[in-house]
Design a protein. Structure first.
Length: 570
């Protein structure tokens, strides 16, 4: 590899702001082959900064860039492996979108193995590749001269807008110097509701966690390093939605893996793989294996570009006559710049006259009113409301006055800036845990409630490897696409546990934002029970820790339903 710090002209000028969330809080991590690896302290994107110049990158992407020298018939072996992996990718694409044919664009098409496999399945293919050598190889693989493979970069080729059904980005995005602009171009080239397939090396893969700064994907040509959240944040910012995310599986051989470690040495491991190459029989080195590699795959649909966003406020209501009218008036009067709002009220047939108060707002243009025949628990009401949400962001709001609606702006800021996809409104403030719940003349109740919070928060942090302060706050704010593929079952207050746990297990790390909070007493309407609910919380902590996180089985049907809901509410 070239030490690019030998000559100043071999590096670009330093990046001052994160290209994803635009934060200036870039922190040095370590040096890799003369490059400084940094991390954005807000969104957690990692990057080389400064980055190699175009001259250096051109020297890297030469005729010998594609790994094919680990055996006498290596080129043919690599082509078979890559084509088999391409088949896995196209199978995922079909399960997600239903596409079995159409116009397919692959950016970074390499030696053309994906193009050849897609063409054999009935797609009309176009490839774009930076390496002229790879383009010539790819053209030879396409049958009958059909399809096209172009040399250059996507922004320089003047392809027609809305001309492709599918765009494949396999191990490409980490090479792109301006990822947001790149994805906007992909968005422009896709037809309405077109699909993008992205695979990238991921910082939350098992290999990255194991190897740390010695991860084999730290390379001078890899300009950015994503995790599940930063990848989804980029897709969200560039108007892609209905994201399906999963670990990347490839078909590889031990010989290919060992050759990779030989080219990109890792302390100890490279020595072991070189020894293994000499000891393992040749037939075993060539045996194809389906492996979970070091990356993530994301599939997403193109969505319309909008100048503003929309917030869905889900409000479960049951026996809140004393406070409901005040809360809803404050909420409907609230205006947030460049953000539309809908309020989804789920009223559970109250016995204190609350329903009559709720019905006064049934014709309000910002209100979607759902009337349940009988109360089935707060969790059930929230679940019902979530199915009707059409906003980009979702916020859960109780119908009491414990929380301050003035906190909406700061709760939404991390989502709107693409710093995160999930926010918790932490109730600790300056007073800490023991000041969270203070009931007049009821010190015993205050002690019991705050002690319970410490216990259950500690258990959740222990079981799910977190350091959260207030995972049980009502103010859970998240992008709607976080819910994609999830099913929920809890009906009572254990839904608070289920929602947080499933978002954590799906890979979303919440940002905790301090909020104002004044706890009401049981006499004032608090509905949590002292015995029953803690038992359901314990069950939820254990159940959702060990229960498989099954996403909806028919992702294609879920995707179509989500598309239909979005179109209905446009």
């Amino acid at each position: 590899m070239i030490n690019v710090l030998e000559e100043a002209e071999k590096i670009t000028s330093k990046i001052e702001n994160c290209p994803l969330c635009h934060s200036s809080r870039l922190h040095d991590l370590f040096i890799y082959q003369g490059f400084q690896v940094q991390i954005c302290q807000d969104c957690r994107l990692q990057l080389l900064n400064p980055q190699p110049s175009d001259e250096v990158l051109a020297s890297i992407y030469g005729a010998d860039y594609f790994l094919a020298d680990f055996a006498p018939d290596a080129a043919a072996q690599v082509a078979r492996l890559k084509r088999t992996t391409a088949g896995l990718y196209l199978d995922m694409l079909t399960r997600y979108s239903g596409y079995r044919q159409g116009k397919l664009l692959e950016v970074g098409s390499g030696m053309g193995d994906m193009l050849a496999e897609a063409q054999s399945r009935g797609f009309e293919v176009t490839g774009i590749e930076y390496s002229a050598h790879a383009v010539e190889t790819a053209r030879r693989k396409l049958a009958g001269g059909s399809g096209q493979v172009l040399v250059g970069e996507i922004d320089d080729l003047n392809l027609p807008d809305e001309s492709f059904d599918v765009c494949i980005l396999s191990d490409v995005l980490e090479h792109v110097r301006q990822p947001e602009q790149f994805m906007q171009t992909v968005h422009r080239l896709l037809k309405p509701n077109g699909v993008v397939f992205v695979s990238v090396p991921s910082l939350d893969s098992w290999s990255a966690r194991l190897l740390g700064k010695h991860w084999m994907e730290f390379k001078s040509e890899h300009l950015y390093y994503y995790n599940s959240q930063t990848l989804q944040n980029l897709l969200f910012k560039t108007s892609f939605g209905q994201v399906w995310l999963q670990p990347n599986r490839k078909v590889l051989t031990l010989g290919y893996i060992f050759a990779h470690f030989d080219r990109y040495p890792v302390p100890v491991i490279t020595s072991l793989t070189r020894l293994a190459t000499r000891l393992i029989p040749a037939w075993l080195l060539k045996r194809p294996l389906k492996l979970t590699a070091s990356g993530r795959v994301a599939l997403a649909h193109k969505q319309p570009v909008t100048t503003g966003r929309k917030l869905s406020v889900v409000m479960p209501v049951f026996n809140e006559r004393a406070t409901f009218s005040q809360v809803i008036e404050l909420l409907l009067a609230k205006q947030i710049e460049n953000l539309d709002m809908e309020v989804i009220i789920v009223e559970s047939n109250s016995t204190d006259g609350t329903r009559q108060e709720v019905l006064k707002y049934q014709d309000h243009p910002r209100v979607n009113l759902i009337l349940e025949e009988k109360p089935q628990g707060k969790g059930h009401a929230v679940r019902t409301g979530l199915t009707q949400a059409t906003g980009d962001f979702i916020l859960i709001q109780d119908a009491d006055l414990e929380y301050d609606l003035a906190d909406y702006e700061k709760l939404l800021e991390p989502l709107r800036s693409a710093r995160t996809a999930f926010v918790l409104g932490s109730r600790h403030g300056l007073g800490g845990i023991w000041k969270m719940r203070q009931f007049s003349n009821q010190p015993g109740t205050s002690f019991m409630m705050n002690s319970g919070h410490i216990l259950f928060c500690g258990l959740l942090n222990l079981l799910y490897f977190q350091r959260l302060k207030d995972p049980f706050t009502m103010y859970k704010v998240f992008r709607r696409d976080c819910l994609s593929g999830l099913k929920f079952y809890s009906n009572r207050f254990d839904f608070d546990f289920e929602l947080v746990i499933k978002l954590l297990r799906k890979g979303y790390q919440p940002v905790e934002v301090p909020v104002k909070y004044t706890s009401r007493s049981f006499k004032e309407g608090k509905k949590v029970t002292v015995v029953r609910d803690p038992l359901t919380w314990l069950r939820a902590l254990v159940r959702f820790r060990f229960q498989p996180l099954r996403l909806v089985e028919n992702i294609q049907e879920a995707s179509r339903a989500e598309t239909g809901k979005a179109q209905t509410h446009q």
